[in-house]
Structures are given as C-alpha cells and as structure tokens.
Design a protein around this ligand. Structure first.
Ligand code: NDP
Length: 334
C-alpha cells in the first residue's frame, strides 16, 4: 500500500494547484466510470444501500457508445445498439437511486480513508469506498480516414463487430497478440483476412505466431504501413505503403469491407498510478478472483483491470463483484 502526504488542495506545489469552488461532500461509495462495469456496480451497490455516486467520465457510457450493434450481450435476443444498451443500464442504475453525474475525476488521494477525489479540478468528494471502472481506450492509427469510417467499416473490436463481415474480406492492423487474436477470430467468419504488420516480423508470442501461420485464409502483409482507408459511405479498400522509406517502396491497394484495429489498448489508469499497483502495461492489478486492489476499500472492475477478456458482459460481471466486495468491506471493516 502506498502512503504519502495527504493532498492539501490549498497548497501550491509543482503541479497545478487545485482551487475548490464547491463544498466538500462525504459519501459512502464512489464509482468512477460509466461503462457496463460501472453501471452494474451501481445497480448492486444501490440495492445494497451503499448510496453510490457515479462520475461518468469523459465518455459517458464508455466504449460501447462507439459501437453499433451489440449481439452478444445476454438478454437481448434481437441485439441492441451500444448506446441503447448503455441507456438501459443507466436507467436501471438510476431506478435504485444511483446518483449519476457528469464530470471527470481529475485527481485522487488514496493515502487514507476517506479517500479524496477531485472532480473537474474543482469539487472534492470524500468517499469511504471507491470502485474504479474507467475502462480502456483502443489505440487508433491517427489517420483521417479512420475517423471518417468509424462505425462504417472501421472497428477496434473483432468480437463485437466481426459478425457483420461474414463471408467478406477484412484487414487487421497490428503484429501483437491482440491483432492475431482478432485475425484468428475473423478468419472463422470472413472469406479472407489480411494482417497488416508494419515491421518484417510479428511481435506476438511464438504460440500465437504459429497459430496464425496455420490459418489458410489469413495473409500476413509484412512491412506494410496503412496510408488510407478508402470508400464512399462505407469501407471498400485500403491503400498501403510497402517497405516505407526504402528505395523499393511501393503503394499497394487491396479490396476490403472491414478494417480492424489490433494495435492495443490503453487502460485509463493514469491518475491512480501513485497509489495502485499496475502491471507493466498500466492495467490495475487486482487480487485474483476478486476486485480488490492493493488499497483496502478501493476496488477495480472492467477493462481497466482486464487485458484479456475485455467484453461488455465480463465487465458487467466484474462490476457486480466490485459492489459485492465493497459491501463485504463495510461489513468487515466498518
Ligand atoms: P502490443 O503492444 O503487444 O502490440 C501492438 C502491435 O501493434 C505491435 O505489433 C505494434 O507494432 C503494432 N502497432 C502499434 N502502433 C502501430 C501503428 N501506428 N501502426 C501499425 N502497427 C502498430 O499490444 P497487444 O494489444 O497486442 O498486447 C498487449 C499485451 O496484452 C501483450 O502483453 C500481449 O501479450 C497481451 N495480450 C495477450 C493475449 C492473449 O494471451 N490471448 C491477447 C491480447 C493481448 P511494432 O511491433 O512494430 O511495434
């Protein structure tokens, strides 16, 4: 557990000083982040009389609000759009009295209880317990055409959107384990999968490399960089630069219907790094089989602590675990 000087918000230090404009609030359970993990934690916490407050974060509803159709969340036999599902989860959390607020947590102090949380650089909340469900953000290449076709042929989640490309040709960019997992999944659905790798080799583990080599409908395009995703209203092609920067550099065009990002995710854990144990890629470490972090009373759920499954339903399940762990924490330690 990390202990250091409690945050003194009136003090001017090297970092930006925080001027509090609103009065300090004391609450029992604060949930940071409003994806499936956060809302599920709220439903359970509210029903257990923990009076949870959710601070929604920069992307209310989380990553699912950027997806179109969700067909693999149990309970929606006809499927549902990501935004509608998040509205449903929000309404269910509100139904039991969750206080859902706009805002972004900009600073925390977990050195002692109650934990101090600063929202939007101005409001201080003192919370007896905290559930972190801030999610992870898929990395994008940063090219203009990728933005244009988001939700119209560009996706960062093969498990979510792969089904819509059944029998079609797609490309996955990336050379790590994520990209290979996406390519493997898509190969089972699609006619052809191009794996676009910028280097002359894969970064993925040997076992994953072997796996992809044995799949007939996956073609690995080594030393290819993505220049542009093309199409009119939806994606129809990809322009690549082969051996970029070398004397024999050439432009290559392929026909595809879908373009999948597989270049990794960034867990949204930066503001907690001074207090919580993170793994080497920034995911919050939890005690296996629980949502407990290294600080008693601080729990983590969803993608911010899960680099493997990253599904809405697993996030929701871990949100439930976090609320139950919080309840137990109050029963045992209060
Ligand atoms: P990695 O960081 O391991 O790999 C990212 C890949 O994307 C690299 O090949 C990298 O290329 C490429 N890349 C990054 N930026 C760009 C870009 N702008 N253009 C083109 N390519 C780019 O991320 P992963 O998400 O694959 O893995 C993260 C961690 O999670 C790893 O430890 C991995 O083992 C683990 N993981 C495990 C899984 C499993 O065991 N089933 C599944 C998924 C992840 P370059 O090599 O050139 O840098």
């Amino acid at each position: 557990m990390s202990f250091f000087k409690p945050m003194n918000v009136d003090e001017t230090d090297d970092k930006k000083s925080v001027e509090l404009s609103e009065k300090i609030e004391n609450i029992k359970c604060l949930i940071i982040g409003s994806g499936p993990a956060g809302y599920t934690a709220a439903i359970y916490a509210a029903r257990a009389n923990l009076n949870p407050v959710i601070i929604q974060g920069m992307e209310p509803g989380g990553q699912l609000t950027t997806t179109t159709e969700v067909e693999n969340f149990p309970g929606y036999p006809e499927g549902v759009t990501g935004p509608v599902m998040m509205e449903d989860l929000k309404a269910q959390a509100e139904r039991f009295g969750t206080d859902i607020r706009w805002g972004e947590v900009t600073k925390v102090d977990f050195s002692k209880r109650p934990f101090r949380i600063i929202v939007d650089d101005k409001q201080q909340i003192d919370a007896e317990s905290v559930i972190i469900s801030t999610g992870a953000t898929a990395k994008y290449l940063g090219i203009e055409s990728e933005k244009k076709f988001r939700g119209a042929g560009v996706s960062a989640c093969a498990t979510c959107d792969g089904f819509f490309y059944k029998g079609k040709d797609v490309a996955v960019v990336g050379g790590g384990d994520s990209a290979i997992e996406e390519a493997t999944y898509l190969a089972g659905l699609c006619n052809k999968v191009y794996l676009v790798v910028r280097k002359g080799y894969l970064r993925a583990s040997k076992a994953m490399q072997k796996r992809v080599e044995n799949i007939k409908n996956v073609e690995v395009l080594y030393e290819h960089n993505t220049k542009e995703i093309t199409g009119d209203k939806v994606v129809t092609g990809l322009t690549l630069i082969k051996r970029m920067g070398k004397p024999d550099e050439e432009e290559v065009k392929i026909k595809i219907d879908g373009f999948f990002l597989g270049i990794g995710h960034t867990p949204n854990s930066k503001i907690f790094k001074d207090y919580l144990d993170l793994d080497e890629t920034g995911y919050i470490k939890t005690i296996p089989g629980t949502s407990k972090t290294n600080i008693l009373g601080v729990f983590a759920a969803g993608d911010v602590q899960d680099s493997i499954y990253r599904q809405a339903v697993t996030a929701a399940g871990s949100g439930c675990m976090a609320a139950l762990d919080t309840e137990k924490f109050f029963a045992e330690f209060d």
